[in-house]
Design a protein around this ligand. Sequence first.
Ligand SMILES: C[S@@+](CC[C@H](N)C(=O)[O-])C[C@H]1O[C@@H](n2cnc3c(N)ncnc32)[C@H](O)[C@@H]1O
Length: 245
Amino acid sequence: MSNYYGELCTKMYEKEKPVAEERELDFYLSFVKNKEMKVLEPMCGNGRLLIPFLQKGINIEGFDISEEMLKVCKEKGEKLHLDPFVFKKGIEEFKSDKLYDLILIPFGSFSLLPDSIVNKSLHNLKSVLANKGKLLLTLMEKEGEIKEILDWNETNRISFSNETIVEFKKVTYNEQNDILETQLKYQSIQNHSIRKSEIMDFPIKLYDMKAFKNTLKRNGFQNIIVHEIENGYGNGNSFKVVECS
Ligand SMILES: C[S@@+](CC[C@H](N)C(=O)[O-])C[C@H]1O[C@@H](n2cnc3c(N)ncnc32)[C@H](O)[C@@H]1O
């Protein structure tokens, strides 16, 4: 997994998604009732959400398994004279003595977790959630037509001052487990030659909401509400958030 959100993938992610859209941000901010609340963002990545939260003086910390993403998050914070408290940890191993009033997993990140660690991860989150605390998470759902991409297909290309990064993708659908078996390849091109390549396995679970609600209940979450945030990722781009406690 050494290339998982490695250098090139992270550079592309940060270029395109440095901070959350206002509407998305406002939705999550509406759950922060006061500055005393302790907020946790597992799988925080480059701090797309965590940094704007910190800028508002919110007591938030985060963790992620990608060193590259965490590095970008810290550097971004430092440029703004902030000191983000983020650390390397897998959600399936996360434990803490602290209790959090709000736990956020935005942007479908939860769908990146393999089935084998879903229960453990939910259990870990439940055990650090304060009495009246809430977990908000987003999923990628099974909806619409699934397009497989059997051969490497260029899906993105971004030019930086000294290099161009090209992304290629392959996708097959594992119908038995509802998993999009995705592979991403990143190439850094400098002076017409490939400086570096990264290949990343990127399986994505496509959830059925009803089944997921049962998974939440089995892991101790009882009160479950699903919010639809219209145009949350920009015009024509809505998303759902599962709120549970
Ligand atoms: C799509 S990015 C999203 C980052 C951030 N949540 C956002 O909204 O921009 C997914 C992140 O999940 C992290 N991740 C994947 N599996 C993880 C795990 N088991 N534990 C912690 N982080 C994980 C990846 O390293 C990556 O930074």
